[in-house]
Design a protein around this ligand. Sequence first.
Ligand code: VAH
Length: 314
Amino acid sequence: KILVIGACGQIGVELTLALRKMYGEGNVIASDLREEHELLRGTGPYVSLDVMNKEMLHVLVIRHNITQVYLLAAILSATGEKNPLLAWHINMASLLNVLDIAKEEGLDKVYWPSSIAVFGPNSPKEDTEQHTIIEPTTIYGISKFAGERWCEYYNHRYNVDVRSLRYPGLISYKSAPGGGTTDYAVEIFHEALEEKSYKCFLREDTYLPMMYMPDAIRATIELMESDASKISVRAGYNLASMSFSPKEIAAEIKKHIPDFTISYEPDYRQAIADGWPGSINDELARKDWGWNHEYDLPKMVEDMLTNLPAQLAK
Ligand code: VAH
């Protein structure tokens, strides 16, 4: 049985739905602190879980015969900067609880997302490689960097089969983003449809690695389904599909909504974005387990503007 922790978050909702399609609804237990997301209701078992409560998590793993855990609960970059010690505590204790229970119960596999936020101002800005200077400057990035080392440690010391991806900024319409710096790329669609204008909190030329959620979900499942012998990275694999700036995505949206306008009022999130690479080299993921993205900017914008209105109308 699979347990998804943080199943009501931006990634969690779609990952839970995809896993239920693949493995059968009853075999994927969704859990979160929050109440069940509307899109999950009626699609399979849901339990309330505080991943910080190791005993409760351990009992749940045993009671439901869990063999795989996907840990999506975390405090993201922008929110993390407002309460660094809390973000560090939640992001690290949740991972260590899962890794240690995976070791104790001999779980088959664990998935834990890392992020391009592990890179910092001293990392190469373009075509940033898997192994390069990694000096994160946000607490979120520091927790993802430290978490990567813990994943490597539990793998080589205790043989825990933990796998991870350094997600770029993720764009989706089914569930809201959770307090990240790349959230502008989701907000812009909601504002374009509802107000025909958007005030962007990043500068127009802030070029960041991004990915459409269907690609991110498929990458996650393809990685988890790969033979362990193909996995050469137990920290987070670099993963890429496209990079764009607010100006570029705004221009693409204008092709569909001609009277859409955008203005720019950078805030504290600009400094976070400035520390991240503009583009990522993911050749290792493509070589090791055959990663290949499907969505570029035009295709993503088309799909978002086709599907978001119905979602907003609910
Ligand atoms: C964030 N969406 O902005 C997340 C992600 C690369 C960005 O880690 O914090």
